[in-house]
Design a protein around this ligand. Sequence first.
Ligand code: SF4
Length: 127
Amino acid sequence: MLIAQHQSQVPNTRETLEALPGVGRKTANVILNTAFGEATIAVDTHLFRLGNRIKLAPGKTVLEVEKQYLKTIPPAFMQDAHHLLILHGRYTCTAIKPKCAQCCIEDLCEYQAKEYAPPKPKQKTQP
Ligand code: SF4
């Protein structure tokens, strides 16, 4: 379809992107944001979890969370927000046992069930 209908170019509108096989709203948002610099954000499993957990973008559906992110994230950060949040969700604010003790936004986060590793047992000293 790209070759036959779009002169071998990736289209730059949501409607045209979503008409391509396998392209849904999330993929269209990634392309519009990353390739064309539009103020969109793709909500995957990490962004959905973080939006609700941190209260950055609470919502019951992916679309609700996406709309909340668009309201919350300042325009200057829209270009990289998707990638930064994915990395935060993948490596720090993980689905199971988030690494709250090592988290750079721990003081800002409103999550009520933060996870902290138990303190290390004291080493016995030799008599
Ligand atoms: S403090 Fe914990 S729950 Fe909050 S963002 Fe950081 S890792 Fe996630």
